[in-house]
Design a protein around this ligand. Structure first.
Ligand code: AMP
Ligand code: MG
Length: 487
């Protein structure tokens, strides 16, 4: 058996989902199998690559032990509440335990229409599916909590967007697919019993320590807030812009989920937006902490009926839990950027040093990734490349002198400091222009650039083979201005 399913979500009441199988596809072929992930999950790679394995990954055969279903959820999209969304093009096949006993969802995305499809076709294009594969696997290699990509199967069927595109199904692996929007779904229906069932389920699955609290549901909100704050700090630290931080795209388990129009920034600006549909910049780079906290407030609001029988007291409890996000964020942010700057011990003035650098970067249009990477060299004495990012400006040289003085206040050998910094500042990220180029080649049938890129992205901290090529910012005619949901 390929998947030893052990399903728990399917045991929840019927109103949590619709049971149905994926819709079969015409002519599946395996584009990509993530062998490293399969091994980590204890799966049989040969079986996955066999015709029966392919049929499962395509949604053409329901594997033994699966209990396929489409999850119900709601969500705030760009601030507007939509009481019913749900898996409109995805199916949860079931859950498996990895060899260490960790539980993961096995989920097909692009697997056909469901009762939640509204006007959609239930399908996904090969380009967007491969984009999710590249970005989620890059995020994982960067040490950022994320859903992962086990396989990509082309369907042999077209999907119709602006133009016909080849269709594909992604096998997504996640710690769970419960979202903030799942809570909102039951809150909108005033289904208190379901809210309690869901909260108990999430505590048991993701936050068992909350059970020990005298207020487990408050502890749950605080724990989700802390995890989300840590996640957003990690995004900020690598210049990642999620792009659609709607509450239905915020995982309760604190993983990055829903790789739509997300992007990594080239030249730094806190207001940077790539998504073609984010016209007002709601989900801009620098807004992400504020939005994450706003989403946590929607979670807390949904849980109000469970927090206290007295509505006013419930609001007070919720406000404390929401406020916890800010504290966790501030701490994690300072810790994260201190590490990027090679600072070991906290000192007063560190926040100013960090802000000062970011300010100069945005004024100079400095490349986010390379500035921090070249700063690692500067810690070991080679300041040329990083100064070049700022056009050798006097303002940056002043900052550099402050930083240097700050470094000397800690006794660490420069080469040891540079080495530590290289583990906080990646060399290789999925730059938009490279992503676009490998996707275009892949959709035209050439998978070689994709494979080479995935290999480089698997070792983001190394300036290994071909690093210059992958570190190079886009030439003016290569700059990607807009990214698309692709749905
Ligand atoms: P997303 O923008 O991917 O987070 O999706 C938002 C909602 O639209 C979710 O309920 C999705 O299931 C649904 N959806 C997105 N694309 C499609 C599609 N092609 N067919 C059906 N439903 C879709
Ligand atoms: Mg989504």
């Amino acid at each position: 058996m390929t998947f030893a399913f052990d399903n728990t979500y399917a045991q929840l009441p019927d109103r949590f989902f619709e049971r149905l199988a994926p819709v079969p596809v015409a002519q599946p072929w395996l584009v990509k199998l993530n062998e490293a992930l399969a091994r980590m999950l204890g799966l049989d790679i040969e079986a996955l690559g066999s015709p029966e394995g392919l049929a499962m990954l395509a949604g053409n055969r329901v594997p033994e032990g699966a209990d396929p279903l489409a999850m119900a959820y709601a969500g705030h999209q760009f601030g507007n509440f939509v009481p019913q969304l749900g898996d409109g093009r995805a199916i949860l096949l079931g859950e498996i335990l990895d060899p260490t006993g960790e539980r993961f969802d096995i989920h097909l995305k692009g697997s056909g229409r469901t009762p939640f499809s509204r006007n959609g076709d239930g399908r996904a294009g090969l380009g967007p599916v491969l984009r999710e594969y590249i970005l989620s696997e890059a995020m994982n290699a960067l040490g950022i909590p994320t859903t992962r990509s086990l396989a990509v199967v082309a369907t042999g069927e077209p999907v119709f967007r602006e133009t016909p595109l080849p269709g594909a199904v992604l096998t997504r692996v996640a710690r769970s697919h419960v979202r903030v929007g799942t809570f909102e779904y039951f809150h909108a229906r005033q289904d208190i019993d379901a809210l309690r069932r869901l909260a108990d389920y999430v505590i048991a699955r993701h936050y068992p320590e909350a059970r020990q609290s005298d207020q487990p549901f408050r502890a749950l909100i605080s724990a989700v807030a802390a995890r989300q704050a840590g996640l957003v700090v990690k995004w900020l630290g690598i210049g990642f812009i999620h792009g659609v931080m709607n509450t239905d795209n915020m995982s309760i388990a604190g993983e990055t989920i829903d790789y739509g129009p997300c992007a990594f920034m080239d030249d730094f600006h806190p207001g940077r937006v790539y998504s073609s549909i984010d016209r007002r910049g709601r989900y801009a780079y620098g807004n992400q902490p504020r939005i994450a906290q706003w989403n946590i407030a929607r979670l807390a609001e949904s849980l109000l009926p469970l927090l206290d029988p007295d509505a006013n007291k419930a609001v007070e409890v919720a406000q404390v839990a929401i406020g916890g996000f800010g504290l966790c964020f501030e701490q994690a942010y300072l810790a994260g950027f201190r590490a990027k700057l090679g600072l070991l011990e906290p000192q007063a003035g560190d926040a100013g040093l960090i802000d000062g650098l970011l300010q100069l970067m945005s004024e100079a249009g400095a490349d986010f990734t390379n500035t921090f990477r070249y700063l690692c060299d500067a810690a070991a004495g080679a300041t040329g490349p990083v100064r070049a990012q700022f056009g050798k400006s006097a303002a940056f040289d002043t900052w550099l002198a402050h930083w240097d003085a700050r470094l000397t206040s800690e006794s660490v050998r420069p080469d040891a400091r540079a080495a530590a910094m290289r583990l906080a500042n990646p060399a290789i990220i999925p730059r938009n222009h490279r992503v676009e180029a490998v996707l275009n080649a892949a959709v035209d049938g050439d998978l070689n650039p994709l494979d080479a890129f995935l290999q480089a992205l698997a070792n983001p901290w190394d300036e290994g083979h071909n690093a210059d090529y992958y570190m190079r910012p886009p030439a003016p005619d290569e700059v990607v201005q807009k990214t698309f949901c692709g749905t």
